[in-house]
Design a protein around this ligand. Structure first.
Ligand code: GLU
Length: 447
């Protein structure tokens, strides 16, 4: 092929051959392709420069083995990846995920999504993602530290403040970032902003931990406002009980919402009226002690436990999926619509399956925002942290939450401005992000 074919099916057939064995990556690519195809049809220079083909293949995939020692002296072996997707808009940027199910396909899809997401922020951020199939559950503090050190021993040669700046994601929070940073500092003998999500005492920025969850609720509030509604007084079901879910719950309370549900892979925790700030603090505490078994906390929190159920089974006006990819399927989508849910905004990356997304996008009764727009607050605040580190000074805005809200408002407007039909946030996000990367690609030549 000498240029992008005019027929979308031909392009996708070729992509399926090239990226065989990477189902999540293909799911993300197909979703983006469907939205940007009309743009390609109208922009011959994009087709001629084969912008979409170039954007659908990561710049590079780094894959390494991580060997480390357990407390009992046995040797453990894991796989690690860093997918550097695109640095057209800035240095590679994106989180690290530690989970037993992590695969190369998962990291590749996350890196592609991150590239489009980061392009929606006004900042200079390329896209990347990394992680390992390391399962931290049941590990001691020493084991987690040794795993992080061994992981960084492999990753350090490929990152740096102008090259690639990892951050946290599932099971990687400020504690892991601390161990990773310590290993990077010792190994490279430099103190530099090669990671974000650091503690505020030594190079971190305020609100980074909260930013993804808080930004998500700000985005949902803007969506509601745009549709002439309000989050005040609405009830919300939030899936997950990790960093994004708990901070979304915290911010939802401040918007006057009742938090009806949180969940884990084991089941859903439901409140008749609402979780309180104290309940959220209690769950945060349990997570810190790596003891976040929601079921055992239910009675203490005055909540009921629904084993094997999802947060989406608890009726609510607003639903914020904040657990993991493809957690919301077509049946969940149908049930949410039946239950009268009127707003869904994704906190977890690619929370909805392809079928669920079609269902949610074709109905007018629900406002739907994809993760790449709604959860971009986290990486945007990482961008602030990078800028502060580059200046060797802390910025400390008077009201960091207001600053985050401004960023989310800009992304919201960008999505609406690029949406081919009113309120189509998913297409608006794909088109706006794609244009920004595509223009940079044209300007920078074939390289
Ligand atoms: N892991 C987060 C995300 O999915 C944040 C990435 C970052 O701050 O680099 O956007």
């Amino acid at each position: 092929m000498t240029q992008t074919p005019l027929d979308q099916a031909d392009f996708l057939d070729e992509a399926r051959r090239t990226h065989a064995g990477a189902p999540e990556f293909l799911q993300a690519l197909e979703e983006i392709t469907a939205d940007i195809w009309p743009v390609l049809e109208q922009t011959p220079e994009y087709r001629k420069a084969r912008v979409l083909e170039r954007l659908s293949d990561p710049d590079r995939i780094i894959r390494f083995r991580v060997s480390w020692m357990r407390d009992d002296g046995s040797v453990a072996i894991n796989r690690g990846w860093r997918v550097q997707h695109s640095n057209l808009l800035g240095p590679y940027k994106g989180g690290l995920r530690f989970h037993a199910d992590v695969s190369e396909s998962e990291i590749r899809f996350l890196a592609l999504e991150q590239t489009v997401k980061n392009a929606l922020t006004p900042l200079s951020l390329g896209g990347a993602k990394g992680g390992s199939d390391f399962d931290p559950s049941g590990c001691s503090e020493g084991e987690i530290m040794r795993f992080c050190q061994a992981f960084m021993m492999q990753l350090a040669p490929f990152i740096g403040p102008r090259r690639d700046i990892p951050a946290g994601d599932i099971n990687v929070s400020s504690r892991e970032i601390g161990y990773l940073f310590g290993a990077y500092r010792a190994q490279t003998q430099t103190f530099e902003g090669a990671l974000t999500g650091k503690d505020t005492g030594w190079g971190g920025t305020c609100l980074r931990a909260e930013a993804t969850g808080y930004g998500l609720v700000h985005f949902a509030s803007l969506m509601a406002e745009e549709a002439g509604r309000s989050l005040d007084g609405a009830c919300v079901a939030i899936s997950g009980a990790g960093n994004v879910a708990l901070h979304a719950a915290e911010r939802a309370l401040k918007y006057g919402m009742s938090v009806r549900a949180l969940s884990s892979s084991q089941g859903a925790l439901a409140w008749k009226t609402s979780a309180s700030q104290d309940d959220i603090e209690r769950i945060k505490q349990a997570r810190k002690n790596r003891n976040a078994d929601l079921e055992s906390l239910a009675s203490e929190l005055g909540a009921s436990w629904h084993g094997g159920r999802k947060a989406f089974d608890i009726p609510a006006d607003v639903v914020l999926p904040c657990a993991t990819q493809n957690e919301l399927d077509a049946d969940d989508a149908a049930q949410l619509l039946d239950q009268g849910c009127w707003l869904i905004a994704e906190g977890s990356n690619m929370a909805s399956t392809a079928d669920a997304m079609v269902r949610l996008r074709e109905t007018d009764s629900v406002l739907y925002a994809p993760s790449k727009a709604a959860n971009a607050g986290g990486v945007a605040v990482s961008g602030f942290e990078m800028a502060e580190n580059a200046r060797f000074s802390a910025h400390n805005p008077d009201d960091p939450d207001a600053e985050l809200k401004r960023v989310m408002a800009d992304i919201h407007t960008l999505c609406l401005d690029h949406a081919p039909s009113k309120g189509d946030y998913a297409a608006g996000a794909n088109i706006a992000g794609f244009h920004r990367v595509a223009r940079a690609m044209l300007d920078q030549g074939v390289a």
